[in-house]
Design a protein around this ligand. Sequence first.
Ligand code: THU
Length: 157
Amino acid sequence: MRKIDIVIPVEAVAYDELSDVDRQLVDLAREATHRSYAPYSHFCVGAAIKLSNGEIVTGANQENVAFPSGTCAERSACYYAHATYPDAKFEIIAIAARGTDGNEVARPVAPCGACRQALLEYETLAGHDVKVILAGADEIYVLRSVKDLLPLAFSEF
Ligand code: THU
């Protein structure tokens, strides 16, 4: 038997400790929560993706009365980004959320499994790590890559 420990480094930082571009992405992800359509869960998630062409694309969760038809913020952002700028590579994604009380969550929320898989596809396409910034009101987590959110990910290749 061989035991494999998978260690995932997460930096917990304050807003002021972020670089200018990372702060801008957090600001845009927070703003994007106000464009969420969440009449069922009242949980508003926003995402901002910085692309290699300098563009920043945002997304927000969009719910539907037929629940499974809704889409998370991360997938709304990443699909829009790649559908709009197919040649640009993802560089950084920031994610923020507001809870049912309308306030930003104190602790960051992390993407669901389906979003992790979708984001990993674009990290693989980029050919380099895509930094992940998970923003909460009290604390912000920074991960070096999407891979770190999805250890032992499925890969055909
Ligand atoms: N949601 C996201 O937008 N991103 C996630 O990674 C997890 C959950 C959304 C889906 C749904 O509209 C609401 O949050 C409550 O689950």
